[in-house]
Design a protein around this ligand. Structure first.
Ligand code: PLP
Length: 409
């Protein structure tokens, strides 16, 4: 049973009944506060580390009102660009709870961090980048390590192979140890890939980074230096899951880490989970503008397409669930393709679904749109971004987070 289903049907009805829907609102997006809180609390419980910094990846869901909640609840934010650092600041995130991971930071961005962001978690992407840093940084310097493992992530999301543009290969051990001794490095960072299928390799990757940190700390101490590596940033990468009674995948991951490298808990643990945190927190609704019969297939044309679900259209469907809303749900099921609104042949949200026969004027609910959807909104065909509502299902409240707007015209 999809945990968002009941809430989503309620939210669509409440929105329609609220009179907030205008002629132009051909689609609308929703965000579940209850689900967001449930996932973040579960993450904190799974790692059970008093000083953990769970920095949720902004790139997965950058809506300012949603980031504000992350911060309000005591979590941190991971920024992949200076613009995301600015978003984190706007959301009220203290600089020591922001992790800055851009692989292409400019010299002026580094200067801004030095002057304005004390305690920022600043991960360099290469040893060369260390040379750009001030001698006495006001921020905490980390090095991103490429652990050189295959986590079974799809090739577009796999970042730990030998040609990856991310991080310093762990095989360059001597160079890494020398750099840690020479520069004011205090943390190590690893993000092995997104949608990792093999968690064993992810655990092995973190184990190898912990071993590197321990070796570096022994060397620093032997040289009489007080500085130590105090934090290990383990990145994100877990696939989304429905949280139920059974031990979760997140709990299994944390337990496997505890078993394989208990010493990780001697460091401050930083995490950067994105899609796991948000996938099951979002849903969307679109009018069915019209539907046509093409041979044995019903093709329903809707107002959300590859501009919203870019990964689903360009890579492969990620598990968005489609449901007819209202009276349409009782019609007999037929073979259906869901066509998006863009002038692009690949703009299908999904093909070959079996679902109630859709007609002009019906409504379509899209469940599980919380991650890498609104965040990846594409300007292809320059369509308007729908209004976004925050839903408090317990309190039966619907709040407008941002109105329908078009940043392109
Ligand atoms: C450095 C870094 N951290 C965290 C994430 C979030 O990954 P995920 O959404 O798979 O948890 C990404 C995703 O691209 C990333 O590049």
């Amino acid at each position: 049973m999809n945990p968002l289903r009941e809430e989503a049907h309620w939210a669509v009805k409440a929105w329609q009944a609220s009179g907030q829907q205008t002629e132009e609102d051909s689609a609308v997006l929703f965000h579940s506060w209850d689900a967001q809180k449930r996932y973040l609390d579960h993450l904190a419980q799974a790692f059970a580390h008093s000083e953990a910094l769970h920095a949720v990846a902004i790139k997965t869901q950058p809506h300012l009102e949603i980031l504000k909640r992350v911060v309000e609840w005591g979590f941190g934010l991971e920024a992949a660009s200076m613009e995301e650092v600015q978003l984190a600041l706007k959301a009220g995130c203290p600089s020591d709870r922001i992790v800055f991971d851009s692989p292409v930071k400019t010299r002026s961005e580094i200067a801004f961090c030095q002057e304005n962001l004390p305690g920022l978690r600043f991960n360099v992407n290469s040893l060369e980048e260390l040379q750009r840093l001030p001698e006495q940084p006001t921020f905490a310097v980390g090095i991103r390590i490429n652990p050189m493992v295959d986590t079974g992530a799809p090739s577009v999301y796999h970042v730990s192979h030998d040609e990856s543009k991310f991080g310093v290969p762990i095989g360059q051990r001597e160079a890494l140890l020398a750099a840690i001794e020479r520069y004011p490095v205090v943390q190590l960072h690893v993000h092995s890939g997104s949608s990792m299928a093999q968690l064993d390799s992810a655990v092995a990757a973190i184990e190898s980074v912990v071993a590197l940190a321990q070796e570096a700390n022994a060397r620093l101490a032997a040289k009489g230096l007080k500085r130590q590596i105090h934090s290990i940033d383990i990145g994100g990468g877990l696939m989304p899951e429905v949280l139920s009674e059974a031990p979760s995948r997140m709990q299994g991951y944390a337990d496997a880490l505890r078993a394989a490298c208990p010493d990780l808990w001697d460091f401050q643990i930083i995490t950067e989970f994105g899609q796991w945190s948000y996938f099951y927190t979002g849903y969307a609704y679109s009018n069915v503008e019209y539907a046509v019969q093409r041979g044995g297939t019903r093709v329903a044309y809707v107002h959300l397409g590859a501009d919203f679900l870019l990964r689903d259209a360009y890579v492969k469907p990620r598990g968005i669930a489609f449901e007819a809303v209202g009276e349409a749900a009782n019609r007999p099921s037929v073979l259906t393709d869901i066509a998006g609104p863009l002038c692009f042949a690949g703009d299908y949200l999904q093909k070959g679904l079996t679902m109630p026969r859709l007609e002009e004027g019906d409504g379509l609910l899209l469940l599980n749109t919380g991650s890498n959807a609104y965040a990846l909104w594409s300007r292809h065909c320059s369509r308007t971004i729908p209004a976004i509502y925050g839903v408090d299902y317990d309190a039966k409240r619907l709040d407008l987070l941002s109105a329908r707007f078009n940043p392109f015209v």
